[in-house]
Design a protein around this ligand. Structure first.
Ligand code: DX5
Ligand code: ZN
Length: 220
């Protein structure tokens, strides 16, 4: 079985000590950097933008997984590629022409991801799943770190896994929001491949150990 990946969410890092926190992730057993970009329109919060991502990618030594919570993401696909994004995830709810957006992301040499809000049914991906490298299932309403995990996510992971299998796709399933040691194992058992964890990692006392333990749990 392929190994399950851990992606610490930099949204929960200490921005006054960003280089320290990036180095911690570099040295840890984490697999990816998860980077949340919020525009204050698609979600009721603004996180950080291009200059901060540029600084992160200059120091990050692992895959950069960018989660765009912005309207009309097509405008910035090229820019995010230039800033070092390896995976670029757009929201299904923010894309009028999702198929075109996915092709544009791939044309820039990135993996193409689609995020689904908690209220969005898996069935909307029926006709695009074979074009998607990663589906990010939101297990909280996007916009903020530190929220409680929505239990219905387990059902959605199973439904998504069934869709991927039925269509013969090789799409990865990522879970984003409220991930801790309490739900990690059940999520991978349901079919998850990538676990994003923000507060659980960065608010813990021994961050590298927290990542190590989460990774061991996900691969147990
Ligand atoms: C929420 C973001 C998440 C967030 C996760 O909108 O997409 O990536 O940083 O944070 P935690 O793990 O604290 O729920
Ligand atoms: Zn995210």
């Amino acid at each position: 079985m392929s190994s399950k990946l851990i992606a610490p969410s930099i949204l929960a890092a200490d921005f006054a000590n960003l280089q320290r926190d990036i180095n911690m992730v570099n040295q840890s057993e984490a697999d990816w950097f998860h980077i949340d970009i919020m525009d204050g329109v698609f979600v009721p919060n603004i996180s950080f933008g291009m200059p901060v991502l540029k600084a992160i990618s200059e120091h990050a030594k692992k895959t950069i997984d960018v989660h765009l919570m912005i309207v009309d993401p097509d405008r910035y696909i090229k820019t995010f590629a230039e800033l070092g994004s390896n995976v670029l995830t757009v929201h299904y709810e923010a894309c009028t022409h999702l198929h075109r957006t996915l092709q544009a992301i791939k044309a820039e040499g990135m993996k193409a991801g689609v995020a689904l809000n908690p209220h969005t049914n898996i069935s909307v991906l029926e006709d695009t799943i074979n074009d998607i490298d990663l589906v990010c299932l939101m297990s909280v309403n996007p916009g903020f770190g530190g929220q409680s995990f929505i239990e219905n996510t387990y059902n959605k992971v199973k439904q998504l896994k069934d869709l991927i299998t039925r269509k013969g796709a090789s799409t990865l399933i990522e879970i984003d929001g409220g991930v801790t040691n309490k739900n990690a194992k059940q999520l991978v058992d349901a079919g998850a491949d990538v676990l994003v964890a923000g507060s659980y990692v960065f608010k813990s006392k021994h961050q590298m150990d927290t990542i190590k333990d989460l990774k061991a749990l996900a691969n147990s």
